[in-house]
Design a protein around this ligand. Structure first.
Ligand code: NAP
Length: 394
């Protein structure tokens, strides 16, 4: 963990200069950024990552593939389950994260609500003493009882709640700063200007370095960015769901905001783990997802066939093709595949070495576009919380 103090005065001047120019501050030259402005990068690269390809994600320099840590307790003691059908244990989850660090992974994604609390605790344990050069991203925004972890339903981005959540997150993550803090879902009760103002204060205090939004409305992105520059948007994006291409990615490009695709493997579909006969248990999130319903799977399987054929052609795996396609879209995209499995982790990291020529990419894009996907990407109540515009500031 770095105890380097952040020079808050020069940091403020740097932010003001960027605001006057109407650009994200990290678009100014690196030499214009004060020391400590991007402390994660200043700490130096993670071990093992020194020779690996790096890319910009907003203010960060990151390995092209991140790691999603979205876990909750299983029935057995120490059991760690994902949202789907995979399971591991706490010790193995810690080892997985440490292996990712050794392989050069920089961006680790989690959230207060994953567990709740458990995923942040595991990430904190795994990264203690291995913090340099790592970007920890986590999220606030659901209404969770801070003592019991009980979900009270709906969102909560009230400023006093955000401040309390961040204190608890710092303790669980065993760190003195959150590199990238997202609002998990837009709160329909709280103007985004109030959320951004709260984050700005936390940044001044050095507790948060940068912030982002997950699944926000377009105007909310602009309003949030105007108060305090956004480092990243985290939305679902993959060959299976290309929604962000219409408006969100162009807006990120315009404003200099990085983009983090969640469920980059289509919840395992694009890695080839779902067949036309797959049926999901009650505990498996995919049971409620229309595009994986028995009626829709037969229409959607041609996408898996396509990915498999490209995997053969490029001497890669379906998961690697799916991730490499995402990183080829824009140089400021860093997907965060989730896994509980060491072999899968190593395979996913290997996607960073796969490149497509412009002609290959055009051919693959066309082929993907020709496969219509049947069924919504999420169930109606989950979908209703996406693309929400925050209420106006009175
Ligand atoms: N902001 C948001 O609202 C939001 C929503 C959802 C997720 N997220 C973030 O995004 C991350 C990733 O999303 P996700 O986990 O939903 O979906 P995903 O990464 O698209 O898929 C994960 C699934 O793929 C399997 N898998 C991973 N690598 C594989 C490989 N190489 N070969 C075969 N199977 C493989 C995993 O099983 P194994 O464990 O067996 O590998 C798991 O079942 C999460 O961890 C979380 O951090 C954010």
């Amino acid at each position: 963990m770095s105890n380097q103090p952040v020079d808050l005065n020069s940091r403020r001047q740097w932010l003001a200069a960027a605001a006057a120019l109407g650009v994200a501050p990290w678009l100014l030259t690196a030499s214009a950024a004060p020391a400590g402005a991007s402390r994660a990068a200043a700490d130096g690269p993670a071990p093992g990552a020194r020779s690996a390809a790096r890319r910009r994600l907003g203010p960060f320099e990151a390995f092209p593939i991140g790691l999603g840590c979205q876990w909750h307790p299983g029935r057995r003691p120490q059991a760690v389950n994902d949202l789907y059908a995979s399971s591991t244990d706490r010790q193995a989850a810690v080892a997985l994260i440490r292996r990712a660090v050794d392989l050069g992974v920089v961006l680790f994604d989690t959230a207060e609500v994953y567990g709740p609390f458990m995923s942040e605790e595991i990430l904190g344990e795994a990264l203690q003493g291995r913090r340099n050069g790592i970007v920890i991203s986590t999220k606030f925004g659901f209404d969770i009882d801070p003592q019991t972890g009980a979900r009270r339903g709906g969102t909560n981005s009230r400023p006093d709640h955000i401040r309390r959540v961040v204190e608890a997150q710092l303790r669980r993550l065993r760190t003195d700063r959150i590199d990238l803090l997202y609002q998990h879902r837009v709160d329909p009760q709280v103007p985004i200007e109030d959320v951004a103002g709260t984050i700005k204060d936390l940044v001044k205090q050095g507790k948060v370095l940068h912030w982002g939004l997950s699944e926000p409305g377009l105007q909310t992105i602009r309003r949030a960015h105007a108060v305090h520059p956004l480092a990243a948007i985290q939305n679902e994006y993959s060959m299976l769901w290309r929604g962000p291409e219409a408006h969100v990615l162009p807006l990120c490009e315009e404003l200099g905001i990085g983009f983090v695709p969640w469920s980059p493997l289509g919840m395992g579909f694009l890695a080839g783990t779902i067949s036309v006969d797959s049926r999901f248990g009650e505990q498996d999130f995919r049971a409620s997802v229309p595009r994986f319903a028995p009626d829709n799977l037969p229409s959607n399987m041609p996408l898996v066939d396509l990915v498999r054929s490209w995997a053969r052609r490029k001497n890669a795996t379906p998961a690697q093709i799916s991730l490499a396609w995402l990183t080829a879209r824009k140089p400021w995209i860093v997907p965060i595949p989730g896994t509980t499995n060491m072999t899968h982790l190593e395979e996913n990291v290997g996607a960073a070495t796969i490149a497509f020529s412009a002609a290959e990419l055009a051919e693959l894009d066309t082929a993907i576009s020709e496969i219509p996907i049947r069924g919504a990407r999420l169930s109606p109540p989950v979908l209703a919380a996406t693309g929400v515009e925050a209420p106006p500031k009175q």
